[in-house]
Design a binder for this molecule. Sequence first.
Ligand code: SAH
Length: 558
Amino acid sequence: MIALFAVTDAGRAAAAELAPALGAELHPLDDLAALWPRLDAAVFCLATGATVRLIAPLLADKRTDPGVVCVDEARRFAVALTGGHEGGANALAGRVAAVLGAQPVVTTASDAAGSTGLDELAAALGAQVVGDAAAAGTALLDGAAAVENPLGLPLPPLPPPRTGPRHVIVVTDRTGPPAQPGPGTAGPATTRVVPPTLVVGLGSARGVPASAVHDVLRRVEDEHGFDLRAVRGYASVDVKADEQGLLDAVGTLHTYPADVLAAVAVPNPSEVVRAEVGTPSVAEAAALHHGGPGAELVVEKIKGANVTAAVARVRVRGRLAVVGLGPGAADLRVPRAEAELRRASVVVGLDQYVDQVAHLLRPGTEVRASGLGDEEQRAADAVALAAEGRAVALIGSGDAGIYAMASPALEKAGDDVEVVGVPGVTAALAAAALLGAPLGHDHVLISLSDLHTPWPVIEQRVAAAAAADLVTCFYNPRSRDRHWQLGAALDAFRAHRPPATPVGAVRQAGRPGQRVWTAPLADFDPAAVDMLTTVVVGSSTTRMVGGRMVTPRGYRWA
Ligand code: SAH
């Protein structure tokens, strides 16, 4: 039982709106103590201070106390006050906020990122919700939904179950169980999340009416049990591109040349069709071809009145997001990186980077953190998890594609994995912004680490950059075991550039302890540089202006 309490007119008005949505009732404040032991939750349309004073004498144990949510008079916030996890107040705050158009306020650590809601689950898959979305959504947030995923789609993280399921959510392109068990019948209710996994191929005679097309499509649902809401596209052969009946029935028709369709292996080819249109199959071949590599036929050609249809299901693939987190500061992390962290059910990365974003992860996210040096293994793990069908985020600092995890991962990933790259602010950009405008003209990045590259190759590239008058950013410039390389590199530049050429260095850009300094090339001391530093050597036109390093846009007016 959920009880509502309010004392002012505004509070009572809010409670009146909440009552039907929560299946709750408004009670006089005087009844609070008597009701308390029987309550699952209580919503107070009162200030937090007043609420705290009211419930303080009643609070006993967080495992048994009801969850308490507070709503301010102006309905701006729904605050989960006590019993966030055990009492379900966090989830309730979300429901209350949704009803009132308020902001849920959740302060328990693990839920700070909020759970994946039903609408987000659907959005992540591009799916439609069919059924009682409100009941399914509430059950999901309450940890009372069983999510079934027979197609093996890469689902986002789901709130861990807290109670036995009272609702089943099935991710499927099949039409649902015919009757939804309602109150009083056995078994939990079912809601379907219908992803766009199907392609329908269509063939027809000239002048087919739209009604005949609708009839054959209805049979896809009624006789074969596939939900037309799961159709991502309709396909046919080029000569049907202007077939009015098809267009009227399905809107957009993707068409392919007959010789392309003729090359598709199908179970039911026809010589009659080949003689007419130049391909032995239209419906089956178009469905398979538009479905892309790995698509499989789930409904073989069915014949209606002058129209044929076949259905292919696209290959379901796991998802690998390769995500750069930027140099460290939260506000230098792009919003899409955070969205991908919420989308992933497994996050793979170096422990220090995983720690950096732990508060952004949704409850239910699996974390695979490992120590320095395991780079190849980390990449292999991430790819293997995605190949199993999971939604994986492989994270790295700066940009994940620059001297980082993207290449070892994508060297291993086949086309059975969907890959999404999210760029990050790389060290050179973070450093350049702190130094001024050193990258205003042509520049190059060079890593001085000989872990992956032999020193003679690095040396050659350094010499070429020096000779080409390129502004040069050194990554991995110097470590305890590699102490002389930066000095050697700077000597190569001294042979080509004036002694006053500015050299900039940034240590721990965007992190605590950030340090920025510059010196003329003649004097720059490599000893102050370590592995947490990026060094930027100016070109012959780079100069110091107002204490900042500036490389002019061009030479013409320099
Ligand atoms: N993927 C990272 C680079 C990894 S190589 C990126 O895009 O930034 C590691 C090197 O990057 C370090 O040795 C250092 O030279 C540089 N680096 C990374 N983060 C840095 C930071 N916050 N400040 C300065 N340099 C940094």
